[in-house]
Design a protein around this ligand. Structure first.
Ligand code: NCD
Length: 357
C-alpha cells in the first residue's frame, strides 16, 4: 500500500481504519496521522521500543549510539498553534536520535505571510528536511499534506502533532505508554476503567485516546462532562462499532472510586465560536481536589495531557498516583520510538549491546 498510488477522492472515501494501511511504506509506519492506524500489535511494539530506548539512553555509550542512528537526517517542526510539551518533546526526541532540527512556529515570519499556500510551504520544507512534524488549527491539514507529499518527488513522512479539534495521535500514544507502564504488574490495560473528565466535546487528545483504548480487551470508557462539553456522538458511534463498553454522565465524584485511570482535561476555549462563551459553563464540579485523593483507589492513576488550569489542585501533585509529569516525560520516549520506527531503526535498537529490557 502507498498513499502515492491513490487519488485524493478515493483516499477520502475510505474509512479511517481503511486509510491506515495506505499510510505505511514497505510494511512500516510512514505518515502518522490518526489513532486509527495503530493496532494492538503496533502499540505493544512501540511501547517496547520506547522502553528499550529509555534504557539505552541511561549510559553515555548508549546515548552516543542513539545519537548515531539518525545523524544523517533532518526534521522540520511546523507548529502554527501554541505548544510547549509536544514541541519540546519532539525536539528532544529528534535530538536523542541525532537528527538536526528546523522550525517554523509563526507564519508571520514565513512566506505564508506573503500568501503562500500550505501545500507550497510543506513542499518547500520537504526539499530541505526528511521528516515534517506539524501542528495546526486546521482539521485534516496533516492528512492533506501527507497526500500532497506522497504525490511529490520527495515524499517525506508527516507526523500529526495535533490537527484541529480532531486528532492528536502522538499524545494518545504517550497516554497509552503511560497506561502500559502504570498497569504492567496488573495485567496491562485490558479490563481497566478509564474515566475522561472535562471538555470532551473539543479535546482532541480524548478523541484519539478513546480510539486506542478500543484496541484492548474489556476496557470500559466513562465520559464525564457538563452538558455543553459532552463527548461527541461520533466517538460513541465508534465505540458502538467496536463493541466497547462506555458510560456518559455529568456526575464526576461518584466515578472516582470506580476508576483505574482518570484523564482530566482543561476547557479548550480556543475553539469558542463566540469569544469567551465557555466562561459561562460551570466546570467547578469537574476538578480533582486534594480531598478526592481519599476516594481514588490506591493503585489508580491520575492523568492530564497538560497544560492544566484548575482541573487538578497543585496539592495533588505529590501523590504517587498523580502521573501527569511522568506522562509528559513518556511523551519524549514514545516519540523517540515512533521516529525510530518510521526510519527503520527498530532492528538496530534491538541488537544494541545487552541493555535491558
Ligand atoms: C493538548 C493539545 O494541545 O491538544 N495538549 C498537549 O498536546 N499536551 C491538550 C490541551 O492543550 O489542553
Amino acid at each position: 500500500m502507498s498513499l502515492g498510488r491513490i487519488g485524493w477522492d478515493a483516499f477520502q472515501a475510505l474509512s479511517l481504519e481503511d486509510k491506515g494501511p495506505q499510510l505505511q511504506e514497505d510494511g512500516r509506519l510512514f505518515h502518522i496521522l490518526f489513532a486509527q492506524q495503530f493496532d494492538r500489535a503496533s502499540l505493544d511494539a512501540l511501547g517496547r521500543l520506547a522502553t528499550r530506548i529509555r534504557f539505552i539512553a541511561k549510559s553515555k555509550a548508549g546515548m552516543t549510539f542513539l545519537q548515531g542512528l539518525l545523524d544523517h537526517r533532518r526534521a522540520m517542526l511546523y507548529f502554527t498553534q501554541p505548544s510547549t510539551r509536544t514541541f519540546l518533546s519532539f525536539c528532544a526526541a529528534c535530538e536523542i536520535l541525532g537528527m538536526k532540527l528546523g522550525e517554523v512556529r509563526d507564519t508571520s515570519t514565513s512566506s505564508e505571510f506573503k500568501g503562500e499556500s500550505h501545500e507550497d510551504s510543506v513542499r518547500t520544507f520537504s526539499s530541505y528536511f526528511d521528516l515534517i512534524i506539524m501542528r495546526s488549527h486546521v482539521g485534516g491539514l496533516a492528512e492533506r499534506m501527507a497526500w500532497v507529499l506522497s504525490h511529490s518527488e520527495r515524499p517525506v513522512p508527516i507526523v500529526n502533532a495535533g490537527s484541529g479539534r480532531d486528532q492528536h495521535p502522538t499524545q494518545a500514544l504517550l497516554d497509552i505508554y503511560t497506561l502500559q507502564r502504570s498497569f504492567e504488574d496488573r495485567g496491562g490495560i485490558d479490563g481497566k476503567t478509564v474515566v475522561f473528565v472535562g471538555d470532551l466535546a473539543r479535546g482532541r487528545t480524548v478523541r484519539s485516546l478513546a480510539v486506542l483504548l478500543t484496541r484492548y480487551e474489556g476496557v470500559r470508557q466513562c465520559f464525564v462532562a457538563p452538558p455543553p462539553l459532552r463527548i461527541g456522538d461520533d466517538v460513541l458511534a465508534m465505540l458502538d462499532a467496536a463493541g466497547c463498553e462506555y458510560e456518559v454522565t455529568t456526575e464526576f465524584k461518584p466515578m472516582i472510586p470506580r476508576a483505574d485511570a482518570i484523564y482530566m482535561t482543561r476547557v479548550q476555549d480556543e475553539w469558542d465560536q463566540v469569544k469567551g462563551e465557555s466562561a459561562d459553563i460551570d466546570t467547578s464540579a469537574y476538578a480533582f481536589t486534594a480531598e478526592d485523593l481519599e476516594r481514588l483507589p490506591p493503585r489508580a492513576v491520575l492523568m492530564h495531557p497538560l497544560p492544566r488550569r484548575k482541573e487538578i489542585a497543585p496539592e495533588v501533585d505529590g501523590d504517587p498516583r498523580a502521573v501527569y509529569w511522568r506522562q509528559m516525560r513518556n511523551g519524549m520516549w514514545i516519540r523517540c520510538a515512533l521516529i525510530a520506527a518510521i526510519f527503520g531503526c527498530a532492528g538496530a535498537l534491538g541488537e544494541y549491546g545487552d541493555a535491558e529490557p
